[in-house]
Write a protein that binds this ligand. Structure first.
Ligand code: GDP
Length: 422
């Protein structure tokens, strides 16, 4: 596996973290290329159970270099907390296995506050933000009103730049939202407490990656969220504010000229969605409650759940350019007599197989077909041929719809709970 991207095909939370953690045995470098600390990649391994927010999920593998690329929303507050947590739990993090791009923009103290203020202003029209400051961060980045991590190496320039931005942002905080302004003292404290500790990890990661690529090191690009949350091709405006697609990986990583050889798309065996926006395949009532309970689909609040959405998954595979699939959480469906699948949408009385324009999604209804369940525990199975026929049929059906081979089937959250095919 030379240059490989591991990406989400659905709405996020597909189980990318556990797949990266598994696959890193075959890689030398893992790079996060977009998104911020709003990720929650769950990883269970010899060090314990972790919810990785900003760090690449390769941090647990000895010999793997982990890079935070220029495309991420670099939140020093969250990163410092995460680094400390991992160090306490015995995960070695050093300048040799963790590198931060000097071109990554800093998520600044007002971004989180602006996120909260704007969601409050929107009231019942809110986007369902995770309130981590991601949308204000990326809009400021495109306005060229953030600070590059590498500017920390030039303290006088850094402080002046920060002060200029603060003056501008305070006009918005106080004038638009009637909130309290940020003070210089608060900013100085933030620099001391959160920026200084991450400074040793900041370097020219583009040069590092170029050298790694030249030396035929195996590089894994790790995405956050999924295709349907992509800013350009997702269910806008209920997307995230960055590009979650594999084709953005070379740019967001700092290796703009890289060619990606393989794109592993992660699909969950059923659907889940956090936050607002259209979710055509959504299930309600007892059936939904059961799936949510067995799949442990809670994130502070109960997640929205539904059967696998083959319309959305096929679209996700297309826009991701996925070359192969990792199917996760198949074990969660083991208790079902019949397994529902959303195979088409009904729009204005017509059945469609394509993903419609986002504004039409709210009018779509799911067309559901059912397959026979396998009704036995599969979490101990490691060999494809040992899977019940009904489970194999379910996997084959997904393959047919999305047009790609399912190469990994995950049947539990632990690293080893995996079935590999060919
Ligand atoms: P990510 O953001 O895409 O990495 O996904 P999350 O970590 O947010 O969500 C995946 C959840 O499912 C985590 O709690 C994982 O531990 C869990 N998980 C992953 N794969 C499996 C699986 O095959 N079976 C079960 N039962 N749980 C899984």
């Amino acid at each position: 596996m030379a240059a490989t991207a591991l990406v989400g095909i659905n709405w996020g939370d597909e189980g990318k973290g556990r797949m990266v953690d598994l696959l890193t045995e075959a890689f030398d470098v893992v790079v996060r290329f977009q998104g911020g600390a709003n990720a929650g990649h769950t990883v269970i391994n010899q060090y314990g159970e972790f919810s990785i927010h900003l760090l690449p999920s390769g941090v647990f593998r000895e010999g793997v270099v982990n890079v935070l690329g220029n495309g991420v929303a670099l939140d020093p507050v969250s990163l410092v907390a995460e680094i400390r947590d991992l160090l306490v739990k015995g995960v070695p993090l050093t300048r040799d296995n963790l590198m931060i791009s000097d071109r990554a923009s800093l998520l600044l103290p007002w971004h989180r506050e602006l996120d909260i203020l704007e969601e409050a202003r929107l009231k019942d029209k809110k986007y369902g933000s995770t309130k981590q400051g991601i949308a204000p961060f990326y809009s400021d980045k495109y306005q060229k009103k953030t600070i590059l991590a590498g500017e920390l190496f030039y303290p006088e320039h850094f402080r002046q730049h920060l002060k200029d931005l603060m003056e501008w942002k305070n006009m918005i905080l106080t004038g638009v939202y009637g909130a309290e302004p940020v003070t210089e003292e608060e900013l100085n404290q933030w620099v001391k407490d959160y920026c200084e500790p991450i400074r040793p990890f900041i370097r020219d990661t583009r040069a590092f990656l170029l050298e790694a690529d030249r030396n035929h090191k195996r590089i894994l690009f790790e995405a956050q969220l999924g295709a349907l949350r992509d800013l350009d091709f997702g269910i806008y405006p209920y997307t995230t504010s960055s590009n979650t697609l594999a084709s953005f990986a070379p740019i967001g990583s700092g290796l703009p000229g890289a060619e990606i050889d393989r794109v592993i798309g992660v699909i969950k065996a059923y659907s889940t969605c956090i936050g607002e926006g259209p979710f055509v395949c959504e299930m309600f009532g007892e059936e939904a409650d059961n799936l949510r309970r067995i799949g442990n689909e809670f994130d502070g609040v109960p997640k929205r759940v539904g059967p696998i959405d083959l319309v959305a998954s096929r679209y996700g595979v297309q826009v991701q350019g996925a070359t192969e699939i990792a199917l996760t959480k198949l074990d969660v469906l083991s208790e079902m007599d019949e397994i529902p699948l959303c195979v088409r949408y009904r729009l204005d009385g017509e059945e469609i197989e394509y993903m419609p324009f986002p504004a039409l999604l709210g009018k779509c209804e799911p067309v559901i077909e059912k397959m026979k369940g396998w009704k036995c525990d599969i979490s101990h199975i490691r060999d494809w041929w040992d899977l019940p026929e009904e489970a194999k049929a379910y996997v084959h059906c997904i393959e047919q719809y999305v047009g790609r081979v399912v190469r990994w089937i995950s049947v539990g959250p632990e690293r080893e709970s995996i079935i590999r095919r060919g």
